[in-house]
Design a protein around this ligand. Structure first.
Ligand SMILES: [Zn+2]
Length: 80
């Protein structure tokens, strides 16, 4: 029984769900899952990559409309 569903051919590298390769017939074995840790060892690298410390990054985040804009749009929809 396969350890996990996704298998990779040992000879040609093809991906399959079976334990024999569909393209060359060699053995396929479970592809190793990505390493994952709840401590997120790459968080610092990712923060550098996205320049989180820069003010420009914060400006690019999604924002809600201001309270006045929400009130005015609410009043407009009630009048219809
Ligand atoms: Zn193969």
């Amino acid at each position: 029984m396969a350890r996990q569903l996704l298998q990779q051919c040992l000879q040609c590298g093809a991906w399959t769900l079976a334990t024999t390769c569909p393209s060359c017939g060699a053995n396929a074995q479970a592809a190793a899952p990505l390493k994952w840790s709840p401590e997120d060892h790459r968080a610092e690298i990712r923060r550098k990559m996205y320049n989180v410390s820069e003010a420009e990054w914060a400006k690019g985040l999604a924002t809600l409309p201001s309270l006045d804009e929400m009130k005015s749009s609410q009043n407009a929809s009630e009048e219809e």
